[in-house]
Design a protein around this ligand. Structure first.
Ligand code: SF4
Length: 90
């Protein structure tokens, strides 16, 4: 139970410095085929971008822009990491 609680509380710390808290959250969830340019611009200026991206990758966030990446980009990053891990142990 403690592990779950710790996991849930982890993002709170870095999210206090999240740049997206200052803008309309809708821009981080563009419609299919819509532009993510505005969200990516905000992420590009965010000091917790890497923590955000790691959180999204570790929690398999499927929707929205996290750490300046789209769902598709995060899927690709997760695949690359998995392949790297497999190569490292073989
Ligand atoms: S990287 Fe982007 S989505 Fe993540 S906390 Fe910063 S502004 Fe928000």
């Amino acid at each position: 139970m403690q592990r779950i609680t710790t996991k849930l509380l982890q993002p709170v710390e870095w999210q206090t410095n999240a740049r997206c808290a200052e803008v309309d959250p809708e821009i981080f969830f563009p419609e299919r085929g819509g532009s993510s340019k505005a969200a990516r611009a905000v992420c590009g200026q965010c000091e917790v971008r890497m923590q955000c991206l790691e959180y999204a990758l570790n929690n398999k966030e499927q929707f929205g822009i996290w750490g300046g990446t789209s769902e598709r980009e995060r899927r690709r990053l997760r695949k690359e990491r998995t392949l790297r891990r497999l190569r490292a142990v073989s």
